[in-house]
Design a protein around this ligand. Sequence first.
Ligand code: BG6
Length: 391
Amino acid sequence: EYAVVTKDSWVVKRLDTGEPVEKEVHEISWTLDMAEKAGFPHFMLKEIYEQPRAIRDAIHGNRETIGRVAREIANYDRVIFVAMGTSYHAAIAGKYLFQKLAKKIPIVEEASEFRYEFEDLIDENTLLIAITQSGETADTLAAMKLAKRRGAKVLAIVNVVGSMATRIADLTIYTHAGPEIGVAATKTYTTQLTVLTMLAIETAAVLGTVPLERLESLRRALLSVPEFVEKVLELDGSLAELAEELKDRRDFFYIGRGIGVPTALEGALKLKEISYIHAEGLSAGELKHGPLALLEDGVPVVAIAPDGRLFNKMVSNIEESKARGAMIIGLSNRGELSKVADVFIQTPDVDELLSPIVYVVPLQLLAYHLSVLRGNDPDKPRNLAKSVTVE
Ligand code: BG6
């Protein structure tokens, strides 16, 4: 087939017969200036700063879709998340959200593993939720096709309109983040988290697994998240200074508990992707089962410790790290963390279930500044691609 495009018309024709071919039209509401840097030094920084707007669009652009999809999800006991990279971390956060709110225990698998290991375990009683900002990641598409072949229902959470994933899926939710040029995902991650939070809340509403007043308070709190993100963006300058102090460190640890774990994983991945400093994200409880042997004087440990029932546990993990000489960078809305952290990053009072969206922003900024200080191009990190369309 070939297309003939003029300034006010277009037609697709068959190469062999020249016959016109009907095509589905997708309206892409992205303008050229949206894809420009708008005065920022890098696309990645612009996209980090676009997150309040992107999160608002993810919320308001999906109002009726979320309700409809939640009713679909409520029908399935077996829910499997598949994704890669940063989207995989969003899937892990989705798991916590569905456990806490919809009282479901989703399976979370890297699509590259799922596609080879789950062949005979999938049937029509399965709902596969694929998270992919580009909608073109080969492993994720393969996992979706496998699930379809096995009769499963497939939901895709995607940013790029009309991408391949939206054609394979039975249901699609768009994250409305707008074009993301930086190779390392930022606003597509926080909008994925936003969509997953809405899905978990509305699935809980359908299933009646959470008191209505709790759901109402979460719905209201979600509407305030863009302002909370604006607030943590104000920390940009101090994070740039912190990056100055850390730019020659060679090994970072990011620790969290509960829904703080995906934030720890994502913080570590951001650092690796664009600064090329080695980093490991892990659940804080795992420290004593190995990683503690790697702690020595000056090794930075980034601790995600929002207020909540696991806060004191995080404090003890911080103290056990400090005892080995680690330099603690603590993120919390509870000021008392400043007593144990060498560097304290004050975050706003956001509900623990919404904390992944807010707490990742300082980690994105820290990784960005370290990348620039080390002379890298944060938009185009070495060896990486925006979308891995091959295995
Ligand atoms: C990588 C990107 O290539 O693919 C990451 O650099 C991204 O930013 C990962 O998280 C998965 O991509 P997608 O499009 O499936 O979310």
